[in-house]
Design a protein around this ligand. Sequence first.
Ligand code: NAP
Length: 255
Amino acid sequence: MARTALVTGGNRGIGQQVARALALAGDGWDVLLAARDRHKGDAAAARLRKDTGGRLRAIELDVTSDASIATAAGKLRDGAIRIDALVNNAGVYGVARGPGGVALTIETNFFGPLRVTLGLLPLVADGATITNVTSGLGALDHLDAAHRQLLADPALTRDDLAAHMHEFVRTGGKGWGADPYGVSKAALNALTRLLARELAPRRIRVNATCPGWVRTDMGGRGAPRSVEAGAASVLFGVTATETGGVFRDGRRIAP
Ligand code: NAP
């Protein structure tokens, strides 16, 4: 039976390659290519349908907007869609220097996956996977000792974590020992662990996967890894049997 995957930020870069690989996989994926710009999403889906002959279609979804997520969820519900794999890939890097950049980084890279996961959760099938695309820059050893301890604390709750992220934005992204991008991904790794625990009763596995440093618009032309290699590392999460871990190339890089 065909299974459905939804990939955010699917119109270019690693997300597009994840969508392409799923469309080509022999095990029957229907791919929802989510993009914040409807035209870019439609163009990418048409391109990938032509390249792969697979079943892909675009859906408009801005991960920073509750309204956009609710609209997307409504359309999927009307189409009786169940999601078997959610890939929270959309992200931004290097915007933190501009005005509002700290907020944009945290809103997109941390609250984005949280918002999308909670907004689409009623449509996510029991036994599904959720993959949060993280970065090596989110490793705990990039943070100061106090925040390393905070994120690793087994007593940390999702509400605590969200409150700390709001506070980080309010204080202009200072005081954690790392830049906002690194903090956003470190917090995303912690969120992954918390969501894995919350969703275990529904057998939903939640993992974070790092693509490595990849030649995309974000990674730049000098990056050592191809988009295919980066996407393959991310795709591990789609079929992972583990839950709550951080992986690169199928190897656990954090608890
Ligand atoms: P990219 O080429 O810059 O593509 C980013 C994608 O995210 C685009 O599709 C973009 O859409 C989308 N996006 C950004 N903000 C969004 C929003 N508010 N709502 C919906 N979509 C949004 O980046 P990439 O290299 O493919 O990176 C993909 C993921 O891998 C990110 O989470 C990134 O942090 C992570 N990562 C990348 C590297 C690397 O070396 N490239 C390394 C580690 C981790 P638009 O086209 O509309 O802008």
